[in-house]
Design a protein around this ligand. Structure first.
Ligand SMILES: [Zn+2]
Length: 428
């Protein structure tokens, strides 16, 4: 992994640790690989490189500079795990002499599955067939104590995580062929380290080509989950798994949307922003980035004039999902219809969400900003661990979003009979 530049402070909750990823390129990755945890080994036609587009999408294919570690740009750079088709996830449950596993290792696994694979199936409209596997069904005891690895919030890959990965590869290798998997989940015994209420240690090292090698492939895409994200509201059994789809989002190339200030930029509209509390989905931009939308479902509004669109609820399969309004080569607005269905449990004011995506802003620095149609209202939800203010951000029929500096107006017209929402995009 690359060291964090000194100007970059540790993010408040989790650090999306990024490995060495290639220089940004607009070329589609078509390399067919042999499987395994290594970058560039996505099966042909799968992975972030499988993002669907046509020539009409050109102006909307925004990208950031090479200094951006993990960008909102499309297509996603190479090195991450494939996000479409069958994705095999290796799950290893680990414990330590100073934090021996309590109960069965498979009970730890059951905190996250089958909920995580169901979450991805729902969010991806069935395009991500997530297969969690547990070739080792007991706790894997690490040779050092937890304290000796020096794992802290924001800890870099060197040297603690490298040692931990080397040790778990050595422990699992007799029973595991690492070439068979696209990503690794390390489900750490919850009694190792601090409570997630105090410090969230969970972290992902993604696209990390310098990771230790197992069975000839680097363990490049690995998520580590610690403790339990139990907010004390009694909903842990329902919602505690959501840290894993968040961490795996990094493995598929998605950046953190929360910032030093917390979830105020995007609120509960994307699991990369908030993964505590009630269930929520991903932004349509992320679904396009992950290859879960067809070219016909994403419209690029690049030309002057007025154009009408009918958006269908993002959570529903089929139909038009996202209108992208590019501003320059690095940024643009995205517009989508969010309703209370699918993974979107907390939507309390269904409507048209308008947000700005900036591919030149790094993970954790606010690459996405949601516009609030009801500023300073306090929001419409009182659900725990949901950023309330932005919960009523969506625009409803009769409301208009304006960005005069870019000559942009988005009018929300009436709904159609099937629950679709008509909008008009006007560019000067
Ligand atoms: Zn994260």
């Amino acid at each position: 992994m690359q060291a964090q530049p000194p100007s970059r402070r540790i993010r408040p909750r989790r650090l999306a640790a990024i490995g060495t990823v290639g220089v940004l390129t607009l070329a589609l990755s078509t390399s067919a690989g042999t499987g395994g945890l290594a970058p560039g080994t996505a099966p042909a036609g799968a992975g972030p490189g499988a993002l669907s587009r046509s020539s009409a999408h050109g102006p909307c294919m925004i990208s950031g500079g090479p200094e951006i570690q993990m960008s909102e740009g499309v297509p996603t750079t190479a090195g991450y795990a494939p996000s479409t088709g069958t994705v095999r996830a290796l799950n290893l449950m680990v414990d330590f002499s100073d934090a021996p596993g309590e109960g069965e290792a498979m009970d730890r696994f059951a905190e996250f599955f089958p909920k995580t694979e169901e979450w991805f199936r729902t969010s991806s409209y069935g395009r991500l067939d997530y297969r969690p596997e547990t070739p080792v069904r007991d706790w894997l005891r690490m040779p050092k104590s937890f304290a000796e690895y020096g794992i802290e919030r924001g800890a870099p890959f060197e040297p603690g995580y490298r040692k931990l990965v080397q040790d778990l590869v050595a422990a699992a290798d007799p029973e595991v062929d690492f070439r068979s998997y696209d990503l690794l989940n390390v489900l750490v015994t919850p009694n190792a380290g601090p409570s997630a209420l105090d410090t969230v240690l969970s972290v992902t090292f993604a696209g990390n080509a310098d990771a230790p090698v197992a069975d000839g492939v680097p363990v490049a895409n690995a998520s580590f989950v610690y403790s339990r994200q139990d907010d004390g509201s009694g909903s842990y059994d329902e919602t505690g798994y959501r840290v894993l789809p968040h961490e795996n989002g990094h493995v598929f190339g998605l950046p953190d949307l929360y910032t030093q200030e917390g979830g105020g930029a995007v609120g509960h509209w994307d699991i990369m922003s908030e993964d505590w509390g009630a269930n929520n989905d991903l932004l349509g931009w992320h679904k396009w980035k992950l290859g879960w939308l067809d070219p016909s479902q994403v419209h690029c509004a690049a030309t002057p004039g007025a154009t009408d669109y009918t958006l269908t609820p993002l959570a529903r399969r089929g139909g038009d999902k996202v209108v992208v309004v590019p501003l320059d080569g690095e940024s643009g607005y995205a517009v989508e219809l969010r309703t209370q269905e699918g993974n979107d449990e907390t939507v309390c004011r269904p409507g048209v969400l308008v947000y700005k995506v900036d591919a030149d802003v790094d993970t954790g620095m606010g690459p996405v900003k949601v516009y609030d149609s009801q500023r300073d209202s306090g929001g419409c939800t009182r659900g725990p661990n949901v950023h309330a203010e932005l919960s009523d951000a969506a625009f409803v029929a009769g409301e208009t979003f304006k960005d005069p500096s870019h000559g942009l107006t988005i009018q929300v017209s009436d709904a159609d009979r099937e629950g679709g929402q008509r909008i008009r995009v006007i560019r000067d």
